[in-house]
Design a protein around this ligand. Structure first.
Ligand SMILES: C[S@@+](CC[C@H](N)C(=O)[O-])C[C@H]1O[C@@H](n2cnc3c(N)ncnc32)[C@H](O)[C@@H]1O
Ligand code: SF4
Length: 423
């Protein structure tokens, strides 16, 4: 079962934004705006995954893969209308990310049509980054050609592992040989390639993980996301762990595998730019995800999708049938929302900036209305313990206490570092 949604305040039927957000919109005119498009379909559900996604049997009446693109376009129309009604300045989309689920279960022509409508309704900036996630079994050269023609620039493939027994534990049905074929197909059309990997699966040895990393590196991807396995509550995998059929994840094993990840990817010329994300160079970082970590604005379209605009977060109803029903009635698909107060915004800024390689600009942080002065003793202790270092300062930055950047050891303990600095 996909995870449940947070509780929040109700969203008004017309989606109207609170006065505080409306007042701030003008000041955010030059900040990046992204679009996340959720495609909630999978052919089978992987036992570890709690994303909001449905197989054909799960879906039931009221929603179908065939009708979904037009329903989603209704939300884009709703978004364009709401932003215009709110007097928002024009902010062409700088990044678009189709995620899921498995977006490539829809015909590439449908993804192209959604992108085309996003362009006509919301505007897309020149040089925008446009990504789709894909399952390696669902991408061939014709699909990649249609995507490239439509303006997609990247494809993120769910490789997860190169080791058959690990893929079986993850319930992955894709054929590992298809990853190379999919990478070749994507690259042949001039699109960037990103690979998603998961480490720490029960039963995976360090050598298994080395094999997965080496196999990924041999495909010469532009970008790699390496996630530690999270056993999510309510998943089939969590039930197996509870029943003792699978061992629980081991934090020491995860740490060893993270260190190996950094070692092998660095040796292959990839640098970390967020704790779980590595890229060949600055131009191949995921700008869309960087904007999440930089706390920028994005509209999340689709069932269960989350949006963020000027400190307001909202999330859509989860089920595709409820989502379609609301949009056909002309009302917001928003299910709940929360307006972050100054304290919450400052904490989030601290937490998110520490996760990225550009680090936390101390002066910028302390200038936020909800932030407190960071404790010099804690900053010194973090450097002394080898968890943080002062990052490079640009010549035009005048921050007296610089930038806090996590070291390799610090990345293993990013949450603990956040707690100490916010404590
Ligand atoms: C929406 S899925 C990707 C696209 C496609 N559905 C696929 O799986 O091939 C996004 C990524 O999240 C990661 N992921 C999903 N559940 C996870 C979990 N429980 N722990 C760690 N990573 C997870 C996987 O690496 C997956 O590729
Ligand atoms: S294919 Fe991707 S989104 Fe679908 S269940 Fe598996 S990991 Fe989750």
């Amino acid at each position: 079962m996909p995870a449940t949604l947070p509780v929040g305040d109700p969203v008004p039927a017309d989606g109207a934004l609170p006065a505080r957000v409306l007042a701030g919109l003008g000041g955010r005119a030059s900040a990046p705006l992204g679009l996340y498009v959720h495609i909630p379909f999978c052919s089978v559900r992987c036992g570890y995954c709690d994303f909001n996604t449905y197989t054909a049997e799960d879906l039931g009446p009221g929603a179908s893969r065939e009708s979904y693109p037009e329903t989603l376009i209704r939300e884009l129309e709703f978004a364009a209308d709401l932003l215009a009604r709110s007097g928002a300045p024009e902010r062409p989309l700088r990044t678009i990310f189709f995620g899921g689920g498995t977006p490539t279960l829809l015909p590439a022509e449908s993804l192209a049509r959604i992108l085309e409508r996003a362009r006509s309704l919301l505007g897309v900036a020149p040089g925008a980054e446009v990504t789709t996630e894909a399952n390696p079994d669902t991408v061939d050269e014709a699909t990649a050609a249609t995507l490239a023609e439509a303006g997609f620039t990247r494809v993120s493939l769910g490789m997860q592992s190169a080791v058959p027994k690990v893929l079986r534990t993850l319930d992955r049905t894709h054929d590992p040989a298809n990853v190379t074929r999919a990478v070749d197909a994507v690259r042949s059309q001039g699109l960037q390639v990103s690979l998603d990997l998961i480490y720490g699966t029960p039963g995976e040895t360090l050598e298994d993980w080395r094999t997965s990393l080496e196999t990924a590196v041999a495909m010469d991807p532009d970008h790699v996301s390496a996630y530690s396995l999270i056993v999510e509550e309510g998943t089939a995998m969590a039930a197996k762990v509870r029943r003792g059929e699978l061992p629980d994840v081991d934090p020491d094993d995860h740490a060893d595998k993270y260190l190996l990840t950094d070692e092998l990817l660095s040796a292959a010329g990839h640098q970390w730019y967020e704790v779980s994300n590595f890229s060949r160079d600055e131009s191949t970082r995921s700008q869309h995800n960087l904007n999440y970590w930089r706390d920028s604005d994005w509209w999340g379209a689709g069932p269960g999708a989350h949006s963020h605009l000027g400190g307001l977060r909202w999330w859509n109803v989860k089920h595709p049938a409820a989502y379609a029903q609301r949009l056909h009635q002309g009302i917001t698909p928003g299910h709940g929302r929360e307006l972050l107060d100054d304290d919450a915004q400052a904490l989030e800024h601290l937490m998110l900036r520490l996760r990225i390689a550009e680090g936390l600009d101390v002066a910028e942080h302390e200038a936020l209305p909800g932030a407190r002065r960071l404790d010099d003793g804690v900053l010194r202790a973090l450097v002394h313990e080898g968890l943080a270092q002062e990052g490079p300062l640009n010549p035009d930055e005048r921050s007296p206490r610089g930038r806090v950047v996590l070291t390799l050891q610090g990345r293993l303990l990013a949450d603990a570092v956040t707690r100490r600095l916010s404590g």
